[in-house]
Design a binder for this molecule. Structure first.
Ligand SMILES: Cc1cc2nc3c(=O)[nH]c(=O)nc-3n(C[C@H](O)[C@H](O)[C@H](O)COP(=O)(O)OP(=O)(O)OC[C@H]3O[C@@H](n4cnc5c(N)ncnc54)[C@H](O)[C@@H]3O)c2cc1C
Length: 436
């Protein structure tokens, strides 16, 4: 049996690891992971890559080496389509940085296919976003943001050193969800560390961060109390929070609302919504929802093709109804992780010719970290199985434990322990911020 997994993200890499260990190593199935990148970095850390708190070069996992260690094969491949009749996935030509074709367009055959290609930022068709805003969908974009940030810090520091105290860097972030809130706090920390590491003219007055949200409050997925507390905390850090402010257009000079409000910015980040990649809507015979997600059965097989599974941000599964509207499994790392576990069990059951099991979603809560200043969130299933609001140190520890859980899923407990130890040592051995 040949199992092909497309996408080695929060869900796909854990799945490939489990199947590689349980089926690949024992010769019960061939497991092939395809990803358009050579390395994996956990997506919820991308805002830290953008600010420089995390160095993607140091913290990423090489798919090829990880596959070698865990019994699956890996190919770098940008998948562009599926031929369901012939049971193949179509792969775009692979080109080098100069655009020179190194590998031609090709196909890979599957007996079972798992689509785990995640989501991408939704610009909702707002004019100018694609041209002028930076998105945080992949490590390359986060690294591009970081390089830009360093250049802008250098520009302002030099100008102020030469007496032009009016110069400042204005970064606007559109979207008051977890990504926008976390990134804005990270930028304040980045300025502090750059000032410590030699850009001494960069004072708090020289960095302006605006967080712009169309809805009435930040963090709509969390309670009103947490949302108010997070806003107060961000404002204490000097961040200008604009709620009820819908951006109608992005230009080279900044952002504009339909009412004519202008934000003159040097850098703009769009973090205002998620959808699955567009090509999923063009797959004949497979249905998608408004967010382009492939509709799946409770077993996580896509509706209309029992040989294809989907998980994570690209899978649409209705949990129930709220106010007459469908409630979908939320596009979160914990959903991708839980779905990957169900798909792993179901594929193993396929090999063993046992009936498949349905996916059961368990909400463990949500956490938001304002860099190392503070954190907020709610944890589910606490005392009396209700939800427990957490804040400060406990919330921060729970937030860090989410990444450790992901590391345990892919590296196992011992290796994760060693990684945690090396992270601790790196705090002493390496600069606290990526400075280039
Ligand atoms: C900045 C940021 C912060 C976030 N913070 C949190 C958080 O705190 N908590 C939380 O629960 N969630 C958070 N999320 C959401 C979370 O990251 C996603 O829900 C989760 O990563 C989804 O996992 P996935 O496996 O479905 O897809 P992903 O993790 O997105 O992985 C998809 C993989 O597919 C690959 N791929 C995509 N298209 C193709 C293709 N055509 N061919 C081949 N490979 C392809 C990609 O390279 C990637 O490796 C955050 C997201 C972002 C962007």
């Amino acid at each position: 049996m040949r199992i092909v997994i497309v996408g080695g993200g929060a869900g796909g890499l854990g799945l490939a690891t489990q199947l590689g260990r349980k089926l690949g190593r024992r010769g019960k199935a061939e497991v092939l992971l395809l990803d358009r990148n050579h390395t994996h970095i956990w997506k919820p850390l991308l805002h830290e890559v953008a600010s420089g708190s995390l160095d993607a070069e140091v913290d990423s996992v090489s798919y090829r080496a990880h596959g070698h260690r865990n019994g699956f094969q890996f190919q770098v491949a940008d998948v562009t389509g599926i031929d369901r009749q012939r049971q193949t996935v179509q792969i775009a030509p692979y080109c080098d940085e100069q655009g020179q074709e190194l590998l031609p367009a090709r196909e890979e055959a599957y007996d079972y296919l798992v689509m785990a290609i995640g989501g991408q930022t939704n610009d909702f068709g707002v004019a100018g976003v694609a041209e002028h805003c930076i998105l945080l969908d992949c490590p390359q974009q986060a690294q591009r943001f970081h390089r830009n940030l360093v250049d802008q810090f250098l520009r302002v520091n030099r100008a102020v050193a030469q007496g032009d105290n009016e110069q400042r860097l204005h970064v606007a972030i559109v979207g008051g969800g977890a990504t926008g809130v976390e990134l804005s706090a990270e930028l304040i920390k980045a300025r502090q560390w750059f000032a410590t590491y030699g850009l001494t003219h960069l004072t708090p007055d020289h960095l302006k961060v605006s967080l712009i949200e169309a809805g009435p409050r930040l963090l709509p997925a969390l309670s009103e109390r947490i949302s108010v507390a997070a806003k107060a905390e961000l404002e204490k850090l000097g961040i200008a929070v604009h709620t009820d402010t819908q951006v109608g257009q992005a230009t080279a000079a900044g952002l504009e609302t339909p009412q004519g409000q202008q934000f003159d910015c040097d850098m703009m980040v769009w973090a205002a919504g998620v959808k699955a990649p567009d090509f999923l809507t063009g797959l004949t015979g497979l249905e998608t929802n408004r967010a382009n997600q492939l509709l799946v059965e409770p077993t996580l097989q896509v509706q209309g093709d029992e040989r294809i599974f989907a998980l994570g941000d690209c899978a649409g599964l209705v949990l129930g109804e709220q106010d007459g509207r469908p409630m979908w499994v939320p596009p979160r790392a914990q959903s991708a992780h839980q779905m990957a576990q169900t798909v792993a069990q179901n594929l193993i059951r396929k090999v063993e010719q046992k009936p498949l099991k349905p996916f059961v979603y368990k909400d463990y809560g949500s956490l938001v970290s304002l860099s190392n200043y503070t954190a907020f969130g709610k944890l589910m299933g606490g005392i009396g199985s209700g939800s427990l609001s957490v804040e400060g140190r406990i919330a921060r520890m729970a937030y860090i434990s989410l990444y450790r859980k992901h590391q345990i899923a892919i590296h196992g407990i011992w290796r994760t322990g060693l990684l945690a130890l090396s992270d601790g040592l790196n705090q002493w051995l390496r600069p606290r911020m990526k400075l280039h």
